[in-house]
Design a protein around this ligand. Sequence first.
Ligand code: SF4
Ligand code: SF4
Length: 372
Amino acid sequence: MFREELEELVVQEMPNCIGCNECMRVCPVSKDPGMTISMLNDPILSNTPPKGIVRDFALNCIQCGECVPVCPPGVRRDLMVLYLRANISSYPSNYENYVMLKQPNPSQIAKGLYAVKRRSAKKTLGNLYDKCDPKVLKKAKVLFYPGCYIFNEICHKTTAILDYLKEDYEVLGGYTSCCGWPQYLQGRMEMADEFLESLYKYIMKVDPEYIITTCAECFAALRKIKAMKNVKFIPLTTTEYFLSKADLLPLIKSKKAYGFHDSCHISRKYFRDEAPRILLSKLGEVYELKDNREQSSCCHYYNFENDAINYTNRKERIEQVKLGSDTMLTDCITCYEVFKEKMEKENLEIVDFNDLIFECIHKEASKEDQSE
Ligand code: SF4
Ligand code: SF4
């Protein structure tokens, strides 16, 4: 499905390219100065694997979409580059490592490694351990889908908020029930197809009204499943869902300013940049970064660390936050993990909306304890 869709798009859009180079002028990843638009377009038009500097560039692309709005005839240059990636026959080790455990048909060794990972995370997973690739799922109004991020501590905060709201919910996460979007962004179209189909079957067991997720890529996959299968559930980010429940949450507004980092996969691609700002205005002050909303700068995750300038680009983002705040607030757990783990040395606090709401609930519970 994904491959056919891309092929169709290439046939429709590639002939419209006028070779103006605007897309490459704004592209934030490293590229050989000798690479021309026709060098980039040739393997797309001839449906052949990219080679040399074009292959390097295709692997460096972060799928941020910055190239799209600047294109005069409206060519989806991001997807044209993804098509190049999809035609690469062998990927570098950083790409391979990412999918070693996250593929529909992992090897016996990969299965064993994943089992070890799950067992060793049993304590931190706590009551989420049984939600990791579960065989049994109950029907519920809300499905919280953390996907592969079930191992992140943020998930406990999301479920604590759902408990506070007394929601009827189910949780689904783990590598076997991965959404497939990272594989799609790697160019592994068939793998992504399989994951999407398998996730659809998991979802149908719960038959929810809403599916909420902290991950922008899972959000993209859920939107795709909804459109593809014409199913009733509404996919929302946890930020959007909790904003819809703001009146029921004990939100406390502080004077603290947060540098809000828009996720390019939510704000630029889906224009969902308002809900986080409204929710943040109930919790603190919004400090707008230089590149915000649709102009947001990416966390540089989706080249799977193939590009040596990732660190410099992330540092630039960190510096934008530091101009007006000592805390970066993210709306997507990929951005959260990237900045927290890879930019640890930069001494910037990184938080997520689930952190802030959980803190409010915790403060209210402490007040009640004291008054008893
Ligand atoms: S998606 Fe981003 S990284 Fe990829 S070509 Fe476009 S601007 Fe460059
Ligand atoms: S901006 Fe559009 S038209 Fe210009 S080179 Fe890039 S894809 Fe082609």
